[in-house]
Unconditional design. Structure first.
Length: 109
């Protein structure tokens, strides 16, 4: 039930924001998205936190030389996921990466 409340709040916040401030991916799209790591396909909402953190770390480190993402942003995201591996934190992490023009190998339905 708490997840549905958070999802509803996130969707309401997205509708109330100006288009430029809206996230790249909706909450539902992000959690249903799939990615492949070490030839294994994972769903964002179902994978273990350590797998998702590894995806974020690898995507972020690949973007560091381009200066799209600062090391401090990446470290903050990883700390967040260490403390809170919830669906909302995963959605937030993906959108932060996308906001910083980081390539995220995510297949969205």
């Amino acid at each position: 039930m708490a997840i549905r409340v958070l999802e509803r709040q996130a969707n309401e916040a997205a509708r109330n924001n100006a288009p430029a401030l809206q996230p790249e991916l909706s909450y539902r799209q992000a959690l249903r998205g799939h990615f492949t790591l070490d030839q294994v396909t994972y769903r964002v909402g179902d994978c273990p936190v350590y797998v998702f953190k590894r995806l974020v770390r690898e995507c972020g480190q690949a973007a560091l030389p381009c200066r799209n993402l600062k090391l401090t942003h990446l470290e903050e995201l990883l700390r967040l996921l260490e403390q809170d591996g919830s669906d909302v934190a995963r959605w937030y992490a993906i959108n932060v990466l996308l906001d910083h023009k980081v390539a995220v190998p995510l297949e969205v339905e």
